[in-house]
Design a protein around this ligand. Structure first.
Ligand code: NCD
Ligand code: ZN
Length: 424
């Protein structure tokens, strides 16, 4: 089956927007800029931006085990609407993908209902308890994209170290949610100024940064590839920057909300502003921006973390951490940082598609002849207000309600199949 996308613009090597066409045969890009063939299904791109489908290294789909929050079907519909074509699913499900049996089960669920490509993580410890180590070779063999216990930090250095050694032998990446449990103090938001004004318990930045500092040294000794989840503080940035300068094989991600928001933006004791790590201070946010621009932070990941309205209804204490992210990521970042001239469009696409694919050596996130036709068409002039009622995700938990943004995906394609199309 041949498809032909006409009338689109894409970035060339020189970062200029050029008009092009895409010929797709059997789910792969057959040609760029070719003339319209006779026997093809024609898609009119209406002059929109053509971008590689976004790749998200950090998402929570909740199925199996927490289908009241999200399912693979609703989570991947949400991803497709946000322009994401490959997403890596974190292991805090029930069961946890900590064994061949559980990973096979999760893969069967993905096969049944995923609308975009879902690559599952294998956990680092059994039931993510931080105790017994999982068999990484077996998990790799059954399709784990990388290893993580995201949702919780690995408390024991020896557990982390031994799993890094095993992962290094397999040339697989260890992906870490860094959080030292002895430094959380039951906090629900950043330990700074705003938590005192609201009278809420704080989470100090060291809770994250000390574990990153520990882990980069472990990764150096183990010779492991190590990726830091959702970096939120300036001290964490420094730990990653110093590690890179020392030649340690570390990469890092930052979430849209940590780039767009800071603690003082939190209007009240509202759990739609509760996520882990929390929104930190203005100078932390500034250092995250600087780190992206100087390459200390490699990519952007949403940490899409849906929860129900009941769970998020009644203030921060008692509510679970997390906010949804797929459907707002590109428009918010484009509007606030590209339209304002702080970033180029090329940088944003690099951070959302090209770099994340490179971190896991995935053959996605790029538009070239022979590559999978994982594509998103974006209407850069379309302006819309964020309205959680319109989300494909079951989660409505976002702090961005009512924000105006431009640059909404209008069509998303995975291997040439249309998985999202804007309602006409
Ligand atoms: N980020 C969050 O606030 N929550 C995530 C867990 C995680 O990514 O740490 C979740 O699973 O809800
Ligand atoms: Zn996490």
């Amino acid at each position: 089956m041949m498809k032909f996308i006409k009338n689109v613009k894409m970035l060339n090597e020189q970062s200029e927007l050029i008009e092009t066409t895409v010929t797709i045969v059997d789910g792969r890009i057959e040609a760029l800029g070719a003339k319209q063939p006779d026997a093809a299904e024609i898609i009119d791109g209406k002059g929109h931006l053509l971008s590689p489908g976004f790749v998200d290294l950090h998402v929570h789909l909740r199925e199996p085990g927490f289908e009241h929050k999200e399912t693979i079907e609703t989570g991947t519909a949400s991803a497709a609407k946000g322009g994401f074509t490959t997403i890596c699913a974190m292991p805090n499900t029930k069961p946890v993908p900590d064994s061949i049996v559980n990973l096979k089960y999760i893969n069967s669920l993905i096969e049944k209902s995923a609308k975009v490509r879902v690559l599952p993580y294998g956990s680092l410890t059994v039931a993510q308890s931080g105790d017994e180590r999982t068999n990484l070779a077996a998990l790799k063999e059954h399709g784990a994209v990388a290893f993580s216990d995201d949702g919780v930090g690995i408390q024991l250095a020896s557990t982390m170290y031994e799993q890094m050694q095993d992962a290094a032998k397999l040339d697989m990446v260890v992906v870490a949610h860094c959080e030292d449990n002895s430094l959380i103090y039951n906090g629900v938001m950043h330990e700074g100024k705003r938590n005192k004004e609201l009278g809420l318990p704080g989470i100090p930045s060291i809770c994250e940064s000390v574990q990153i500092a520990r882990d980069v040294l472990l990764a150096e000794s183990a010779g492991a590839r190590y990726h830091v989840c959702h970096v939120s503080s300036k001290e964490s940035v420094r730990a990653v920057r110093d590690a890179k300068a020392a030649g340690i094989r570390v990469t890092a991600e930052v979430c849209p909300h940590h780039l767009l928001l800071e603690e003082m933006d939190i209007p009240s004791d509202d759990a739609n502003w509760k996520m882990n790590p929390p929104l930190r201070a203005a100078d932390d946010k500034d250092s995250l921006h600087a780190a992206l621009l100087d390459g200390t932070i490699d990519c952007i990941a949403t940490d899409h973390a849906p929860h129900t309205e009941e769970e998020k209804c009644c203030g921060m204490v008692g509510a679970p951490f997390g906010i949804v992210g797929f459907e707002t990521a590109f428009p918010l970042l484009y509007t606030h940082f590209v339209e304002t001239g702080k970033w180029t469009l090329k940088q944003l696409i690099d951070w959302m598609a090209i770099k994340p694919a490179q971190i896991f050596n995935l053959p996605y996130g790029k538009i070239e002849v022979g590559a999978a036709a994982d594509l998103v068409l974006i209407d850069l002039s379309k302006e819309q207000t964020v309205n959680p009622e319109s989300f494909e995700s079951k989660g409505r938990n976002t702090p961005f309600t009512g924000w105006k943004a431009k640059g909404w995906p209008v069509l998303t394609m995975v291997e040439g199949r249309i998985v999202y199309e804007e309602a006409k």
